[in-house]
Design a protein around this ligand. Sequence first.
Ligand code: DLL
Length: 432
Amino acid sequence: MPNYYQPEIETMPYEDIRALQNERLLKQVRHVWDNVPYYRKKMEEKGVTPDDIQSIDDLYKLPFLSKDDLREAYPYGLLGMPLSECVRIHSTSGTTGKRVVAFYTQHDVDLWEDCCARAIVAAGGTKEDVCHVAYGYGLFTGGAGLHGGSHKVGCLTLPMSSGNTDRQLQFMTDLGSTILCCTPSYAAYLAESIYERGLRDQIKLKAGIFGAEAWSEDMRRDIEDKLGIKAYDIYGLTETSGPGVAFECSEQTGMHINEDHFIAEIINPETGEVLPEGSKGELVFTAITKEAFPLLRYRTRDICVLTRKKCSCGRTHVKMSKPMGRSDDMLIIRGVNVFPSQIETVLLQKGYPANYQIVVDRVNNSDTLEVMVEMTPEMFSDSLGQIARMEKELVAALKAMLGIMAKVKLVAPKTIARSEGKAVRVIDKRKI
Ligand code: DLL
């Protein structure tokens, strides 16, 4: 039997969700118009007033917000409440340009933690569980979000943060962690360490809640097999509060978006046109309950598909597919669109671990693509001929997937730095 954290909301009939969204949208547009001069100006420039928005059908009339807007309005320009009402900030992990800072009232924190609690319960969590939170704590939203959700469910919460793998494994075995929350790349690293130290029999993990970065179905299977758990995806971004905007249920075929808090749209990233259900495009969110940072029509840059197919778990909220890469993660190499996730899929299918680095450069006016891939200890060999054969086989498999030639360099086990948070997979030297 599926479990719900807030069944009256999570299994609400579609018409009721829509009615709730309509009501909340109208209120939110008014709130933003009255309290966020930056967005009000954008609406005025487009000739839109709150009276023009009578239901979700009018959403398309509202202007988009992008990361550039957030940077321009940094730090307080999009604040919807007096600073004295705010109790928290979080910030993106962005490495370029100004960071994005998001604000929360106590009400915002509360609703966000509810969303994360829903994700934990959907992964089978109850108050009997020991929830091991190994997402980073601090400005990053991963630690705080899952921590708050775990409290709400009533799990025993281990606020581990990321890093210090010895300590992670010690607590995991001594305190019997049953749910692991961290990035998929850190989960893969922990799984590798558990395997190497022969600790598999001493861990009690049953589920993992992994997100914050792209991970493939092959990586999911790999982690599930190594740890003997079910691995659930969780999605979110700092701008919309953090993790828990969407989460996977027992069906593991996409993530339910918490539609009582967010209206999702898919648009054509080039033209901004709203696309029908089932189309692949850029995900756009309108936050309809947030007070302090009430973003309307925020362009996430994440490319995915939405579907309302009936779900066996009984939840009625729309599902998003795994993001198929970000529109700004896409590499254009010799005119061909390449997503790092395509490369990962090839590597995992060929039995390589998910430890790789992609280096893009420009030599003699032509783009080059090099993929450094770690071998497993079982594959590792001193025979240069054997390694050359394996590299050749990978070059062919990558050519079949990407349509272009890549140079492959196989390296010894443990040579590529492990990530404790979001993995850095791509080095694009053309941009340096
Ligand atoms: O990554 C929030 C989060 C924390 C989500 C913990 C899940 C778990 P940011 O650092 O602002 O926030 O990064 C947001 O990360 O636009 C996506 O591109 C990517 N992302 C987040 N979750 C997933 C996922 C957090 N499940 C950006 N799959 C988003 C793929 C994801 N990409």
